[in-house]
Structure formats: C-alpha cells, structure tokens
Design a protein around this ligand. Sequence first.
Ligand SMILES: NC(=O)c1ccc[n+]([C@@H]2O[C@H](COP(=O)([O-])OP(=O)(O)OC[C@H]3O[C@@H](n4cnc5c(N)ncnc54)[C@H](O)[C@@H]3O)[C@@H](O)[C@H]2O)c1
Length: 345
Amino acid sequence: MKVLVTGSSGLIGSEAVAHFDRAGHQVFGADNNMRREFFGPGGDTLWNLERLRQSTKNFTHVTLDIRDRPRVLELFQAERFDLIIHCAAQPSHDKAKEIPLVDFDVNAVGTLNLLEATRQSNPEAVFIFMSTNKVYGDSPNELPLQELATRWDYARPEDFNGIREDCRIDRTLHSVFGASKTAADVMAQEYGKYFGMKVGVFRGGCLTGEHHSAVQLHGFLSYLFKVARSGETYSIFGYKGKQVRDQIHSADVIAAFEAFTRNPRPGEVYNLGGGRGNSASILECIAKIEALLGKRISTRYVDENRVGDHICYISDLTKMQKDFPQWRITVSLDQILEKMARAPM
Ligand SMILES: NC(=O)c1ccc[n+]([C@@H]2O[C@H](COP(=O)([O-])OP(=O)(O)OC[C@H]3O[C@@H](n4cnc5c(N)ncnc54)[C@H](O)[C@@H]3O)[C@@H](O)[C@H]2O)c1
C-alpha cells in the first residue's frame, strides 16, 4: 500500500510510520513541526523525524501544512494514497483557548481538506481519523461517581467498563479544542456514512508512549517523567489529583488502525483508550513513577480544575473488541511506565 500519515513526527504518527514501514509499505509522512509553534522548544518534533529517517526503509517526509488546501490536493492527486492515517492536530485544550482560529483551522478545516482530497483522488482509500474523548465534552462527568482513597470511580456497576460511543456529544462543555475536534469527527463520519468512504473515527483516551515531545499542556505521562527527571514541580489541577485517565500505548493504537484497515466499516466510531485495566488517577501515576525511578516527584496542587476536564474517564472497549476480536490491549500500564522509565528522554 501507499500510506500517508499526517502528524508523522508526533507520538501516534511516528508509531504509524514505523509500523507500516516495517510491514513493507511505502510510507509518506506529512508534518510541519507545528507542535513547536504551539508549545515552544519542548514541543519540537525534529528529533523524532530524524529517528524515523534513521530507522525506516521506505519513508518519505513531506513538510506540509494540512491547512494548505491546494498543496494537500496536489499531493493526493500525485500519489493516490491507499491508506490515510490522520494524526496531525493542535492537541491541547488549554492551548486552544489562546488560538481558537488556528485551532479550528488545523483540527476542523485541516481534516476536511484531507477528507475531500481523499474523495477527489482515491475514494476507495481507507481513512483513519484520530479523534478524542473530548468530543463528549464534560458529559462523562454527569455519571454518579464515588470518591476512593486515591481516585474517583464510577458509582454504578453498569458504568464499570466506562464510556461508550453512545455518550452524548452535544449540549455539553467541550472546550475550544473539543469543539474543533467534534467538527472534524462529525465530518469524518459523514464522509463515511454519506459518501460511503472507508472512514474510521477513533476517539482517543490518554495516548502515550516513548516518542512524545512532551510539554506541560500535552503528553501527560511523558511530561510527568520529564518533570520527575528534571526535578521541576508538577502542577495538579483540581479534583484532588484523583482524576482518572485510561492510558493506551501508541503500539496498541496502531494495532487498532491496522485492524480497521483490514476490515473497514464506513463512518464507524470507536472509543480507543487503555480501558479499565490501564486506568489510573494522577496520584496513582505519580506514586508508580516515584517507585520506578526511586525518587520523589515535587508537586503543587492548584485548587481549580481545568475547564471541561474529565473527573473519571475510562474508554469502554466493548465495541472495538466486538468488531475486531483479534485486537486487545497488549501493553499494560505498568509495562508502559517501565518502557518510559527506560527510554532516553
Ligand atoms: N496524546 C493524547 O493523549 C491524545 C488523546 C486523544 C486524542 N489525541 C489525538 O491523537 C492525534 C495525535 O496525537 P499526538 O499525541 O500524536 O499529537 P502530537 O502533537 O505528538 O502529534 C501531532 C503532530 O501533528 C503535527 N502538526 C500539527 N499541526 C500541523 C499542521 N497544520 N500540518 C501538519 N502537521 C501538523 C505536529 O507537528 C505534531 O508532530 C491528535 O489528533 C490528537 O488530538 C491524542
């Protein structure tokens, strides 16, 4: 296959490039290092691009801004990709409030540019869109919760597995980022359902791995390791630090993409996180990392939660597992942390 990965120097994009290159496909990566523009030097992704250049066999990097519609169309007409994995984004909800226009242009309009370029150049292609659990806004916070010693958890047994894809996406507080991703998510579904294209929408929980250019505003676990190593102070915002995220390793994200590519279901939406087994609160993650590194992490508590932040978010993986029975989480939370502890960062 001829594969295009957007956001190819980022966490998920780079894992996709490495995977499809290893599998023998011709892989193009589009990234303009905009993460550095969003987050400063800590967000620079050029080291990751260099790593890919050194480790791949059939990879071509294109410095392309997905907002540049004519250039996007030109590239798609020239290459007629069979598989598009769209991971380029402005990924932070705290950042989005400073730059709502740029955020929308990248996340919503950029996605539309890619969908339409696919339709015009090769409507038979498989298109994977990396969406987010922020499309549900803060509606997951409406579930009854119970406070445990180190985490919040769902109070009712029927919520044990977490948030399903039928969770409400409107009449909820998304944050500016959540709204631009929702626009893209709904448009991607439309290209699947209305145009019949093989579009899959994956709503990420907390995606993690060793190749994140982590910054305070994005890349939770890697940033926590960065802070632990540098001896800086980590700020915890609200909910007593007991807010729960489900961590999925980037390799398990790409395995889900691979499964969809083999058996695409036009316009389908999947929650994709670490699930109940890989869920942990901030306090629990800090304790685990402290134990692994054998040192204390300095923290500061700010008694105000981030706007629209989830109190307890666990992705219900039932639909993923029903549609793709071979797919499962292969990297446990402890294994994720061990990998990150070993990685040169
Ligand atoms: N990391 C998470 O926890 C998480 C959770 C849910 C959803 N997601 C989504 O998954 C996707 C990938 O996330 P990630 O963590 O790999 O992000 P990342 O920031 O590591 O990677 C995104 C890449 O896109 C590039 N990019 C940004 N704007 C661009 C533009 N205009 N043109 C071309 N390239 C551009 C950046 O330079 C960066 O390399 C994003 O859509 C994000 O919203 C991530």
